[in-house]
Design a protein around this ligand. Structure first.
Ligand SMILES: *[C@@H]1O[C@H](CO)[C@@H](O)[C@H](O)[C@H]1NC(C)=O
Ligand SMILES: *[C@@H]1O[C@H](CO)[C@@H](O)[C@H](O)[C@H]1NC(C)=O
Ligand SMILES: *[C@@H]1O[C@H](CO)[C@@H](O)[C@H](O)[C@H]1NC(C)=O
Length: 379
């Protein structure tokens, strides 16, 4: 065969792959600002459009020690610095990067999440030229924000949450690949109508079910009972099933909401005192979620305190479970308690808090709130 076409192809591939970090030939001159004022650098009209709302977290974290995966500074780098490490991303989508915040995820507030929802509605949902969005976020409370956005943004376009467990300065930092994969999923039409998604560690997990399972390791986001929605190899997303929505999903319209009422979570344990519930209400909680023992258990005294609080203040009290999986069945809440307490069903305490807060923001009454949680209840 001698000097064959095959060899030429191999040579061409070798040159391309050598040059791959800079394959995009567009420069900052090809920037484009769309009708909502989103600016895309390296714009190419044939590529899908994605906005990144960056909020900080470990993915933007730095440390002087390359071996440190703890004790680093979160939210130290801006989104454009993170993007400059992965120019390959500009061959996948046009990216409008917006620095919404730059904090540790413990400092994310419902005020910021409402703002993100309003932005996503206008800049992504209502704009037919946009494919989807990526939200970069610290991992500690990522599941809460993802559940919030999944509940409030419901236009079928993918909203993808991305974070990392290792700071950007660590050996084998996971942030750059997670961000690349997140944008790829947000730009992919196969990602539509699946609700918000969490993309880390080569996996795509439904935001409705995702929970952080390890405080330290990169394989942390899981939906234990439901499994991943898909996975990614060589930056190609693969979904196991066609698009589907969870049976228990309830969408809340927050277009007229400008604040989410305070809801507190009270953790149940042996020797739990009743004063935490009085204190929560006294300090302004408009709803209470109890992270109950097993299937929502609390002591007899605490159950009486709940009844008293509900009778006096008419505020909803949702009984959830401190276990990772399972449900609080309505059948477990009997007698006098059934009049006042709401079983969370499968929603864990952090999901219950967000859902209850959003339902209160919508001015829903006890009966309607009970009906929403009942959809997540088996028995
Ligand atoms: C624009 O994107 C298309 C589709 O991926 C690609 O074929 C083309 O080469 C890109 N143009 C430039 C100038 O990068
Ligand atoms: C990206 O948005 C621009 C308008 O800002 C539009 O002209 C272009 O067609 C969009 N790309 C895709 C693939 O829809
Ligand atoms: C959300 O938007 C409102 C109105 O623009 C602003 O006052 C508030 O500071 C924003 N909240 C956060 C956390 O950015």
């Amino acid at each position: 065969m001698g000097f064959s076409l095959q060899r030429l192809v191999v040579l061409a591939l070798a040159i391309t792959s050598y040059a791959s970090p800079l394959v995009y030939s567009r420069t900052a001159h090809t920037s484009h600002t769309n009708s909502n004022g989103l600016t895309f650098n390296h714009f190419n009209g044939s590529l899908p459009n994605v906005t990144i709302l960056a909020t900080g977290g470990t993915i933007a974290g730095t440390s002087n020690d390359r071996t440190a995966t703890g004790g680093y500074k979160s939210g130290a780098l801006g989104i454009n610095t993170l993007l400059s490490e992965i120019p390959d991303i500009f061959n996948i989508a046009n990216i409008a990067a917006v620095q919404a915040n730059n904090v540790n995820s413990g400092d994310i507030s419902s005020s910021l999440l409402l703002n993100l929802t309003h932005r996503l509605q206008i800049e992504v949902c209502d704009d037919p030229t946009m494919s989807g969005a990526v939200i970069t976020h610290g991992t500690d409370t990522l599941e809460e924000s993802a559940f919030f956005i999944d509940t409030t943004v419901n236009c079928g376009k993918p909203i993808v949450f991305v974070g990392s467990m290792r700071p950007s300065t660590a050996i084998s930092a996971d942030g750059p690949m997670n961000l690349l994969q997140g944008v790829t999923v947000a730009a992919d039409t196969k990602s539509k109508d699946r609700g918000a998604l969490v993309v880390l560690n080569d996996r795509i997990v439904s935001a409705f079910f995702a929970t952080k399972t390890s405080a330290n390791t990169v394989d942390t986001f899981k939906a234990y009972e439901q499994g991943s929605t898909g996975f990614i190899v060589s930056n190609k997303p693969y979904f196991y099933y066609p698009a589907v929505q969870p049976n228990a999903k309830h969408v809340v319209d927050v277009s007229d909401v400008d604040a989410v009422p305070r809801v507190d979570i009270l953790y149940a344990y042996e020797d739990m005192q009743v004063d935490s519930i009085y204190s929560a209400v006294k300090n302004g909680a408009k709803g209470i979620v109890v992270a109950g023992e097993g299937a929502g258990g609390v002591s007899t005294d605490f159950a009486s305190a709940i009844n008293e609080i509900v009778a006096k203040h008419n505020i909803p009290v949702v009984l959830s479970h401190r276990t990772v999986n399972g449900e609080v069945p309505t059948a477990d809440i009997t007698g006098e308690n059934a009049k006042t307490q709401i079983a969370s069903g499968m929603f864990n305490p952090q999901q219950s808090r967000i859902l209850l807060g959003l339902l209160l923001a919508e001015k829903k009454g006890l009966k309607e709130i009970r009906e929403v949680f009942f959809k997540a209840t088996v028995a």
